[in-house]
Design a protein around this ligand. Sequence first.
Ligand SMILES: [Ca+2]
Length: 639
Amino acid sequence: MSSTLRLSVLLVLAACGPTMTTTDAGEDGGTTNDAGSTDCQEPYRRCDVEFRFRALDEQSVQLRGNFAADGWTVGVPMRKEGNEWVAHVTAGFGSDIEYKFLINNTLWVTDPANTVLSAGGNSVRSNVSCTAFTCEANAPQAASFDWRDGVMSFVFVDRFFDGDASNNCTVAGADPSGQYQGGDWKGVTRKINEGYFSQLGVNVLWLTVPVKNATVGGAGSDGRTYSGYHGYWPVSLEETESCFGSKADLLELVNVAHQNGMQVLFDFAMVHMHSSAPVFAQHPEWFWPLAFNGGQCTCDDGSVCPWNAQGHRCWFTDYLPHWNYTNAAAREYSVAAAVKLLTDTGADGFRLDAIKHVDQSWLLALRTEVEKVAATRSPRPRVYFVGETYDFGNRDYLKSFVDPKTKLDGQFDFPLRLQVLESIISRRAPMTALRDFVASNDSFYGPNTLMSPWVGNHDLGRVIHMAEDTPMWSNPYADGKDRAFNNPPQVPGYKAPFERMANAYAFLLTSPGVPLLYYGDEIGLPGGGDPDNRRFMQWTGLSQDQMWLRARVGALGTLRKQHAALRRGKRALVSATDDTFVYSMSDGVETLYVAINRGDVEQTVSGLPSGALSDLLNMESVAGPSLRVPARSTRILKQ
Ligand SMILES: [Ca+2]
C-alpha cells in the first residue's frame, strides 16, 4: 500500500476509537499445567498470532483488541523490526480477533493490510488457525470424541422399545398414561444394532435416569396416579433400574453404543430423592425441610417464592425431598454416586435435570471430580454436561451455569427454541427475527461452550402440532396439558406440518452445538402435554408424511456428518425476509449455504454466490446469486 493511501486511511480513522464489543473478551493468557502439549482437540488449541504494521515515523504503536480481557485498554506494545512494527498474541483455535493499532498513544487505525472489518469498524482476523500450537490445561486429547460433532437423541427408555418382556413393571393404581410401558435397555441396544440412530445421523444418546426408582404410585399435580417410569423418583443412586433390565443390560447398551461410534449421556436427577429412599431416612439432615406450601417454597433469602423461581430450598411435591447441597456430606455423597455411575458404566456424560434448583457447589464439585477421572483415561475425553434450565428468555441466567472448565459445557437452548418455534414452526414472527437472534446467540455462551439447540422435549406438547396450519396452542410456552387427556391429538393428515418440522430440523442440523431430537419427533409423533407427549414410540403403520419426515431428518443428519462446516463452522448471515433466511456455514475449509423458506408459497432468495450451485439436500443443480426455494422447504447449497 502506498504511503499516500496509508495517510488517507489514517486521516479517515484518526477520530475513531476502538469499538468495544460485548462478546467474551477472550482467554486470560493460557496458563497451563501441560503447556507445550501438542495433543488436544482443535477448540483447546492456542495459536501464536503475529501482527505486522508498516512503519513510517511513529514513536510507538500498540496492538489493541479482544485477544485478552484487557486487550482494548492495555494492549500489547509493538516492537520495531526493520521497517515494520511487530507483535504476537496468543489466541484460541477458531477464534476471531478484532483489533486496531494505536499510534503514538493517540491515533486509532484499522489494519491497512486487512480489508475485513467488523460491523463496528474494527479489523478482524477470522477463524484463527495454526499447525504449531499449545494446548489449554486439562484439554481433551485429539483422538477422543469431539462433541462439536454430536447429534443427540433423547431416548425415553420406558417408551422406546420393549426388548425383554420379563423385566416389565406395573405400579398398582397408575393411570395407563403414567404406567410403565415396557421399554428397556435391551430395546435401545437392539435399535442401535439395527442402525436406527445412525440412519438419522444421531451419535449421542441421552437416556432417561438409569438408577432405581420408587415402584409405588405418586400423585401428579392433575390428581392422577403416576409411576416412576420417567426415572425422576430415585430411591437409590447405587442400584440400576430393574424395570429397564439388569445392570449387565445397561453395560451392554453402553458398549454397543461405543462400538457404533456413539456416546451415551445419562439423565441425572440430583435435585431430589423419593421420600421412600433409605438415604432420606438415614440422613434427613441432608435434605431441606419440607417447605412445600401450595406450590410455594422458601428461597435462599428466606422469602416465600414459587417452585419455579431461582430458589434451591423447596420440594417439588410432598414425596420428593430436596437435597441440601450446602451440606458438604450430602454433596459429596451425591457427587460420588454420579461419578461412580460414569466409571461403572463407561458412559460419557450427563444431562443434568433442573440444574437451577441445586446449589452450584454441587455442579462445581461434580466437574472437579469428573475431571480427575478423565485425567486417568487415554485418550483423555471431554466429559459433556448439558443442563436443563427451563427459561426461555434470560440468556444471562442460562449462561451463569455454563463454563466447560468448571461447570456445564452447555444447556438446552430454550431461548433459541422459542425463536425457532415462532419463526419457522408456528410462523408468528418473521424470519428476520430468527436472523437477529442468532446474530448474537451463536457466540453468546462463550468459547468452547456447546449448547444444545432443540424444538421438542418431554415437558411440552408434541411440536408437530405447533406446525399445523393453525398451531394447536397459540402460546409458545404452552405445556399442552389441556390436550393431555382430553381429546388427545392425532397425527396430522396433511404434509405441511411435516415440511415445517423438516425446516426446523434443517435449521437445527446446520447450527453449532449438539442438536437434540426428541424421540418420535423425527416421525411427527403426535401428543398433547405431559404425559401424552411420551407416547410409546411408533414403529409400524407410519403415514407417508411420517416416513418422508424421517427420511428428511436422516438426509440432514447425513449432510451434517459429511460436512464439517455444518457442525463445526461459523454462521454468517446472507439475507432474510419475513419468510426466508439464508446463511452460510464455514469452517475455513468449506462453505455451505442454507436457504430456508418457511412460507406457503415459493420465494426467491438473494445474496448467494453467482453461478452454478449444487443443492445437496434435494440433489438439484441451481444457480445464484438469486434462486427460488419452494414453499416450506430448505436448500443446502455448495459452490
Ligand atoms: Ca421390557
